[in-house]
Design a protein around this ligand. Sequence first.
Ligand SMILES: *Cc1c(COP(=O)(O)O)cnc(C)c1O
Length: 408
Amino acid sequence: MKALGPIPAGYGGIDGILAVGGRPVTHWAEEAGATPLFLYDADLIRRRVTQLRSAIPDRVALHYAVKANPFPPLLALMAGLVDGFDIASGGELEIVRDAGLPLREVSFAGPGKRDAELEAAIRSGVTLNLESEGEAARAFAIGDRLGIVPRLAIRVNPDFDLKGSGMKMGGGAKPFGVDAERVPALVREVVASGAEWRGFHIFAGSQALDAEAIAETQGQALELAARLAEESKTVLPHCNLGGGLGIPYFPGDTPLDLPLLGERLAARLEGLPDVLRGAQFCIELGRYLVGEAGVYIARIVDRKISHGEVFLVTDGGLHHQLAASGNFGTVVRRNYPSAIATRFGAEVEEEASIVGCLCTPLDKLADKGGFPRADVGDLIAVFCAGAYGASASPASFLGQGPAKEMLV
Ligand SMILES: *Cc1c(COP(=O)(O)O)cnc(C)c1O
């Protein structure tokens, strides 16, 4: 039997059925009229934001990285909870505009922004996090042509990375940001262009569970920001310190020590050098805010035995939950937290694999896990499905189409 990842805190059962948003998942499946579906628990998201706010210093604003989950009702909920949004494409700009979010609190990072995307961003007054000198030149020209002063920050490719990070985004040669040593020259160009100078964006990695490592990276980001501001001879209006806060997905993972991270950050902010005293700071988080609040529900359509192994074949799969199948940036496949939702809390009776309905051996949601005996008609749950689930999976693969999503 292979271990399953830890089920996030805050979930329980009602009459033996997993509950989300205070109701059994069978209720939501009936209301949706179909499976598979994603359920996002609004209350868990609110609680997470409250925990964060009480741990991190007031001076640090909280931004939501839209790419983690752009479901419009969820964005509307986030609008009342966070201070700003980070987007990574023209498509996400349309989503935040349609959601009626305040565009002056939106920043746009990401390599390969096309001219049409730069133009849409400049017209809407979002801050562009410039990824290169070439992108800067195009933004200046578009601003001139439109007669609009662009709001420009520089994304710095830091000379360090986030230790223990699931996805390294800084350190060495990268397609993201401008190498630190070339930043001062670009700052001078931005200021000379007459653009509104918005400061730095320093993002060093994602999905780290070690608070000390994140704190260390934040400290390095602050030092780098101070050094670059001094070398550029400008005041820094704003500095985005990145994110990196992870959630436990796999067996043995433990939750981040948030109070410790908050303490470390507060201490760093106490001792700021003069060039950073007036700066506003923010952190940008995706999965930490919404990941654990999401559950993916699918229905068992077949129960099969092959060479003595049990396969629970569901109507879901990697086309909705690519990451749980181990095919989204993981080297070794490990099990996400999962359960038989309609026998929640029941004793383990057998070893079984939960698979999807796609005709590929990659389509596995749980490999040889221990579960209560489940049959056709039962619902299964994959946890940690609130971030990089629906939006980061190939929903059209094999003509399957997207799963329903509900904020409950
Ligand atoms: C993806 C991304 C984030 C969010 O990362 P999470 O791991 O979901 O918190 C934040 N900032 C940038 C620049 C990103 O690319």
